[in-house]
Design a protein around this ligand. Structure first.
Ligand code: SAM
Length: 368
């Protein structure tokens, strides 16, 4: 699958000298790029500050959504390359303590396939300042683990569900697991993982008529429904803008049944454009990454399951923190490398540029 295109390899930044000499860490900021101000946070050249860390815990998945990966799966990342639980926690601690990260979202692949998930969540919840912790999951197995995860410190959950029809679910995911997802959603609500969001991708000729039923289902059960435009991140490189169901299409469908008014509480950094449904308080969100990019408000940084920092879903280069970690680098050195990675973040994802190139890693190996 061509993982790690453009990785920066494992060379250690000279910032290690800063720690060895005991020079205050501010001096290290930007030392490999003199234009970077001495700011401890994950700032970039366009004035954005990343405070939201998406952590992929595995590239494996127990579904095979046709718009994400092929039926036979992918070449999974070899185990020795995956970060262990302690390594993941160490990098999260660096992000929270040194870099000002305030939100953690665990994703994948399917993060519930990670045996140590509860341990990682619990260790994250012990950090100070205590980050907000969420999980993006397909919901399979959540029914069994929702309570344990809540006890470990998970605050909220996003469950991906594209259809309420069993045959359609099987057609999209190549697995007959709709009932497990619904059970997971209900268990998450019972466990108090609020708000429980449902994330749905609509696909032409498959579930493009389900915007209204999905929203009705969410309203009935107290979930928050969000629709996500399909992005060019599939392993098969079959994404086609011409058939993509756009935010405008989705809004049109919803407005045929509901009165939508802009949510006055909309926060700038939130990618979903949210609307109050029939006057509220229920809301619906649409994440229009393709047709209404929100890169200017992006506050995310990403860590892959094999320890690579990505400044954007669509980045074509990565920064290797795993090698640094395994070479025995200190927290300050890791933090410095992370700062430089984010300083180089591009202004936008470029999906709409004529020269756009899809990243080598598919969504499942980046962490959606
Ligand atoms: N397995 C977990 C899940 O299903 O939520 C986490 C990983 S999955 C990659 C995260 C989200 O990305 C899911 O909601 C999925 O529908 C979405 N997704 C996958 N491929 C996508 C694409 N090409 N465009 C937009 N969303 C995509």
């Amino acid at each position: 699958m061509g993982r790690g295109a453009g990785q920066h390899g494992g060379t250690r930044a000279s910032a290690v000298t800063v720690i060895e000499l005991g020079i205050p860490k501010l001096r290290g900021s930007g030392r490999d790029d003199p234009s970077r101000p001495g700011d401890q946070r994950l700032i970039d050249q366009y004035g954005r500050v990343a405070t939201d860390l998406r952590i992929s815990l595995t590239d494996r998945c127990n579904l095979r959504c046709s718009y994400c990966m092929p039926a036979e799966g992918l070449d999974w990342i070899p185990s020795p390359e995956l970060l262990g639980d302690e390594e993941v926690v160490r990098l999260i601690a660096v992000a929270v303590r040194e870099l000002g990260v305030r939100e953690l979202r665990f994703t994948g692949g399917e993060p519930l396939l990670r045996r140590g998930l509860e341990v990682i969540v619990a260790a994250s919840a012990r950090l100070r300042p205590r980050p907000r912790i969420s999980l993006t999951t397909n919901g399979i197995g959540l029914a069994r683990r929702a309570r344990r995860l809540a006890r470990a410190g998970l605050d909220r959950v996003n469950v991906s569900l594209d259809t309420l029809r069993r045959d359609c679910f099987e057609a999209i995911t190549r697995r007959d697991r709709l009932a497990d997802v619904i059970a997971g959603l209900m268990a998450a609500r019972e466990a108090g993982l609020a708000p429980v969001n449902i994330n749905s991708v609509l696909l032409r000729h498959l579930n493009d008529d389900e915007a209204v039923p999905l929203l009705r289902f969410a309203l009935k059960h107290g979930f928050e429904q969000r629709f996500i435009e399909q992005m060019p991140l599939d392993a098969q490189h079959q994404w086609d803008r011409a058939v993509m169901v756009s935010a405008q299409d989705i809004l049109g469908q919803l407005r045929s049944e509901f009165v939508l008014t802009p949510d006055p509480d909309e926060r700038g950094e939130v990618p979903a454009e949210r609307w109050l449904v029939d006057g509220g308080p229920a809301r619906v969100g649409i994440i229009a990454s393709v047709t209404r990019p929100f890169c200017g408000a992006c506050d995310r940084t990403r860590l892959t399951a094999d320890g690579q920092v990505r400044s954007c879903l669509f980045a074509t280069s990565e920064t290797d923190l795993r090698a640094l970690l395994r070479e025995g680098a200190g927290d300050q050195e890791i933090a410095e490398r992370w700062r430089l990675a984010m300083w180089a973040k591009a202004a936008g994802h470029g999906i709409n540029d004529p020269g756009f190139l899809q990243p080598a890693r598919p969504m499942s190996a980046i962490g959606g």
